[in-house]
Design a protein around this ligand. Structure first.
Ligand SMILES: *[C@@H]1O[C@H](CO)[C@@H](O)[C@H](O)[C@H]1NC(C)=O
Ligand SMILES: *[C@@H]1O[C@H](CO)[C@@H](O)[C@H](O)[C@H]1NC(C)=O
Ligand SMILES: *[C@@H]1O[C@H](CO)[C@@H](O)[C@H](O)[C@H]1NC(C)=O
Ligand SMILES: *[C@@H]1O[C@H](CO)[C@@H](O)[C@H](O)[C@H]1NC(C)=O
Ligand SMILES: *[C@@H]1O[C@H](CO)[C@@H](O)[C@H](O)[C@H]1NC(C)=O
Ligand SMILES: *[C@@H]1O[C@H](CO)[C@@H](O)[C@H](O)[C@H]1NC(C)=O
Length: 596
């Protein structure tokens, strides 16, 4: 079985050892960039590369005490292009990261144009492997295999491409440019490994299923695992089990009476998912509700969030999710900034008790960055009022707030024609007063509120239930006109008669990630204020509805800067980890380097 593979690759390793990839760790200069006036949109605790273009997270795994994030990166430009590599960063805590050398670069006929997205699988015996999409000289999308050069190295700094790549080529009837992004593999009780690859055919998005006994001979299953006619080309599919009994994550191969499955696909600039049943004997995924191609479909995030990928963290028995957040400014702006793209803060993900949707929250490790706390309890907010949360670093803050509505029965009636929450949020933007709502937070605001991003709620009285709308209104986020200020929104499936309306928001210079209803709705936005930057930024809670609301509790924490880039960051609190040297190696544009 898998041993065959490792024997085959073992010999290849010997051959490659002599001309191996350099083992020096790349150090970043991000510290000098961050939050300087010249770079007001660099973040302080969200993952960024030191410069250039970044997109999809890839190959996520926890291995020998270390979290690995690989990501799509263009070393040549702040824009997307040919020559995409797998950049590689490692962390002990998902908060502080060290950039290593690129793990995969275009070099062989099977990936000579680009090394596109893929996933890691940890095989029995704790043996990690990567499957990724190579763009070959004919711009065909082929699936390739790579293994670590040295499994004893917890940082997995060097990767060896399998000599028999490509291991999977576009099947008959599939366009060679619609065939990409292999998932993490799962193993059935029959011992066979399975993966899906994203595709599109006859106006149907699909997850093409492959099976293997040895991880390198793969055969296509007759039927796709799942298809949907209401979607575009499926990018970065993700297929994983969630527990119906607890919030713990489960390994990707688990399938039993206490699991349900999640099928996620990226298309039309959003990450959609459906819950359902994985019928192994039929080799099919049966959704509870199919994708409708409408605003009713569930999304991991209702703002900017794409190409996400989850993995099982065996250290803490949880499933973690990373996602790419792109820019909302112009390509000219990106060239001027010298960079483009962020990773959202890593999230924990599990099934809601209702069994109808997923719940997400930032990983608990984020609390290590919390510094000064400002709290308010039981604060009445009359209609038309704002309250400043002062004495915090409002450009870099983690805030939690819960609202109580004492006279719910007075809420405005819900119009049954209001079907699309995003349209409703733009029509009833933060300036439009209702009865209950808008109320929420004004982030990255100036003192005169000329610039502000409003994250807010409205509550309506429906036929037999209350309807809660959550919005993120970017329309006044910047005095600049030439940025995308689309308003985002979603309906929040909570009952305000029994639950407080809660909001958790991570604000970090140019990104705002909001979690409503304890993680039932996530909305991520990118904003580029001109005045509300650094110390000039303010944070408010507000209520522009006519009815009073009560802030039951509000807590805001000034956030420290995460150590992202320099080698020292990992040795902090981990004495045996990294030895840093100031090697100014010839040709290294980064200057300082570290070695393990
Ligand atoms: C590209 O296409 C040509 C013509 O079909 C073929 O001969 C060649 O082998 C292909 N190259 C790769 C890398 O597959
Ligand atoms: C493999 O990694 C281990 C741990 O970092 C190191 O001690 C060993 O020298 C490495 N082996 C080779 C052949 O580089
Ligand atoms: C399913 O698998 C999980 C993970 O191994 C385990 O915790 C759970 O008890 C199993 N449930 C059943 C019903 O077998
Ligand atoms: C990135 O952002 C732009 C503009 O804000 C948007 O139109 C586009 O669809 C986004 N791309 C992806 C893949 O999310
Ligand atoms: C908010 O909505 C109102 C009514 O639809 C509209 O007149 C106004 O221009 C909008 N404000 C912004 C900033 O988009
Ligand atoms: C570190 O390297 C830089 C060049 O990249 C050099 O200017 C500097 O003097 C070095 N510092 C030390 C302490 O060696």
């Amino acid at each position: 079985m898998a041993t065959t593979l490792f024997l085959a690759i073992g010999c290849l390793c010997c051959a490659l050892l002599s001309n191996g990839i350099g083992a020096e760790l790349e150090a970043s200069q991000s510290r000098s960039f961050t939050t300087s006036r010249a770079q007001p949109y660099r973040t302080s605790y969200h993952f960024q590369s030191p410069r250039n273009w970044l997109n999809d997270p890839n190959g996520l795994m926890y291995y020998k005490g270390v979290y690995h994030l690989f990501y799509q990166y263009n070393p040549h430009s702040a824009l997307f292009g040919d020559g995409i590599v797998w950049a590689h960063s490692v962390s002990y805590d998902l908060v502080n990261w060290v950039h290593l050398n690129h793990a995969l670069e275009p070099s062989k006929p099977f990936d000579i144009i680009s090394c596109w997205s893929g996933s890691a699988t940890i095989l029995p015996g704790n043996r990690p492997v990567i499957l990724y999409t190579g763009i070959d000289a004919n711009y065909s999308q082929v699936q390739n295999l790579a293994i670590p050069k040295n499994e004893s190295d917890p940082f997995l700094q060097e990767w060896v491409k399998f000599s028999l790549n490509p291991i999977i080529v576009p099947p008959k009837g599939i366009e060679p440019d619609n065939f990409r992004d292999p998932t993490t593999a799962w193993q059935g009780p029959d011992g066979k490994w399975r993966i899906i690859v994203g595709s599109w055919k006859n106006d149907k998005g699909m997850a093409i299923l492959y099976q293997s006994d040895d991880f390198f001979h793969w055969s296509k299953s007759e039927q796709p695992l799942f298809t949907s006619s209401k979607t575009g080309m499926w990018e970065c599919p993700d297929f994983f089990p969630v527990s119906t009994e607890s919030t713990n994550g489960v390994d990707t191969s688990i399938l039993n009476a206490s699991t349900k499955h999640v099928m996620k696909a990226s298309f039309n600039s959003h990450d959609y998912y459906v819950l359902g049943t994985y019928k192994l004997e039929l080799e099919r995924f049966l959704p509870d509700d199919d994708l409708a191609g409408s605003s009713m479909d569930l999304r991991l995030d209702y703002g900017k969030y794409y190409a996400s990928k989850s993995f099982f963290d065996s250290a803490k028995n949880r499933r973690l999710l990373f996602g790419w957040v792109n820019e909302s400014d112009s390509t000219e702006d990106d060239i001027a900034k010298g960079w483009s793209g962020l990773q959202a803060f890593p999230r924990e993900i599990w099934l809601d008790r209702s069994g109808k949707q997923l719940i997400q929250r930032p990983v608990e490790e984020i609390k290590t960055l919390r510094d000064k706390n400002v709290g308010v309890k039981s604060l009445g907010l009359d209609g038309g009022s704002t309250y400043e949360v002062s004495d915090i670093t409002a450009s870099q803050v983690d805030v939690e707030v819960a609202f109580e509505l004492p006279r719910l029965e007075e809420a405005e009636p819900m119009d049954p024609n209001w079907i699309d929450p995003q349209i409703l949020c733009s029509e009833k933007n933060a300036s439009v007063s209702g009865k209950y709502g808008p109320f929420g937070l004004l982030a990255l605001a100036t003192e005169d509120l000329r610039e502000q991003t409003a994250i807010f709620f409205r509550v309506f009285r429906g036929q037999n239930r209350y309807v809660v709308l959550m919005c993120s209104d970017q329309s006044r986020s910047s005095l600049r006109n030439e940025v995308d200020k689309t308003t985002y929104g979603a309906f929040l499936d909570i009952d305000p008669q029994v639950e407080k309306i809660s909001l958790r928001t991570l604000i970090d210079h140019s990104i705002i990630e909001s979690f409503g209803g304890a993680g039932k709705v996530c909305i991520t936005s990118r904003v580029y204020p001109v005045l509300a930057i650094d110390e000039a930024a303010r944070l408010y809670t507000f209520n522009y509805g006519t009815l009073s609301v009560r802030v039951e509790q509000l807590d805001a924490w000034s956030m420290r800067k995460a150590r992202i880039g320099h080698g020292e960051s990992l040795s902090y609190g981990e004495p045996s980890a990294f030895r840093c040297e100031n090697i100014s190696s010839a040709g290294s544009e980064e200057g300082q380097s570290c070695a393990v």
